[in-house]
Ligand binder design. Structure first.
Ligand SMILES: NC(=O)c1ccc[n+]([C@@H]2O[C@H](COP(=O)([O-])OP(=O)(O)OC[C@H]3O[C@@H](n4cnc5c(N)ncnc54)[C@H](O)[C@@H]3O)[C@@H](O)[C@H]2O)c1
Length: 251
């Protein structure tokens, strides 16, 4: 399966994070080269790593030159990096009433400006070769609004920027897909549901009720979907937002 991914160079933003590391695992069996762009070093050494802040256009441009020099070509871009909040770890007031403009700007800067900059720079390189794939990591919360009730036991509020960034990612996906269709660059997104990561028991009990499959995703359950959308197996798909959420958005 996915034999066409052999020797492909895959640029993965935010590859040092939780899902990013799982994406590296998913590609392990394809003999492709994963090239991580992140502000922090990955724990996993299976991938090449370039320290890069994707919100800085000059930095991304410089890294793109290095990648072409060292690896010759770029075949796939996965826009995965985001500035997301974990309950208990942030001290900002995330209520809509008190949401600070500087936090709004920072979240949109990573989630949207960063994805735009990488799409512009790496997408242009792929478009000039008339070959390439872009996969954007969206969320089930690009389809539905978060229910704040779910997070009450965690004393957490899912920030407004999450919805805005993920809806923006869906727009970027469709725009890019239409724009570069004639350059043979396909662009799709996945809208995954939450992944189990030892969350608080009360939260898990509540969220299970909102999901027809009655559980969060296991961290490897998006592997095949991601490989499929990056490979030529999905050659007739572009501009799709593929929902994989245990049915959460259908009820
Ligand atoms: N974890 C989930 O349950 C879940 C569910 C749905 C969607 N998602 C989406 O999946 C993606 C990855 O999520 P995650 O849970 O792995 O988050 P994470 O916070 O673990 O990883 C995000 C990574 O992005 C990097 N990053 C942040 N700012 C950056 C910048 N300016 N330049 C380069 N890298 C930067 C971080 O260093 C980190 O390694 C996100 O887009 C997230 O919204 C996650």
């Amino acid at each position: 399966m996915y034999r066409d991914l052999k020797n492909k160079n895959i640029v993965l933003t935010g590859g040092s994070g939780f899902l990013g590391q799982q994406i590296v695992e998913a590609f392990k069996f394809t003999s492709s080269n994963i090239i991580i762009l992140d502000i922090k070093k990955p724990n996993n050494n299976n991938a090449k790593f370039y320290k890069c802040d994707i919100t800085k256009e000059n930095e991304v441009k410089k890294v793109s030159h290095k990648i072409i020099k060292n690896h010759k070509k770029i075949d796939v871009l996965i826009n995965n990096a985001a500035s997301d909040y974990v309950p208990g770890k942030n001290k900002n007031d995330l209520s809509l009433e008190n949401f600070k403009l500087n936090i709004w700007k920072k979240d949109l800067n990573v989630g949207l400006d960063g994805a735009f900059i990488c799409t512009k720079i790496f997408g242009s390189i792929m478009a000039s070769r008339k070959q390439g794939v872009i996969l954007n990591i969206s969320s089930d919360l690009s389809i539905i609004a978060p229910s704040q009730d779910l997070y009450k036991s965690l004393n957490f509020i899912k920030p407004v920027t999450y919805s805005v960034v993920k809806q923006g990612i869906n727009g970027l996906t469709k725009y890019t897909a239409a724009y570069w269709a004639n350059k043979n660059v396909r662009c799709n997104a996945i809208a995954p549901g939450g992944i189990f990561n030892n969350q608080d028991k009360k939260f898990l009990k509540k969220i299970k009720k909102a999901i027809p499959l009655k559980r969060l995703a296991k961290k490897n359950e998006y592997n095949d979907l991601i490989l499929f959308l990056c490979s030529k197996s999905s050659s007739y798909m572009t501009g799709s937002i593929v929902i994989a959420d245990g049915g959460r958005t259908i009820i």
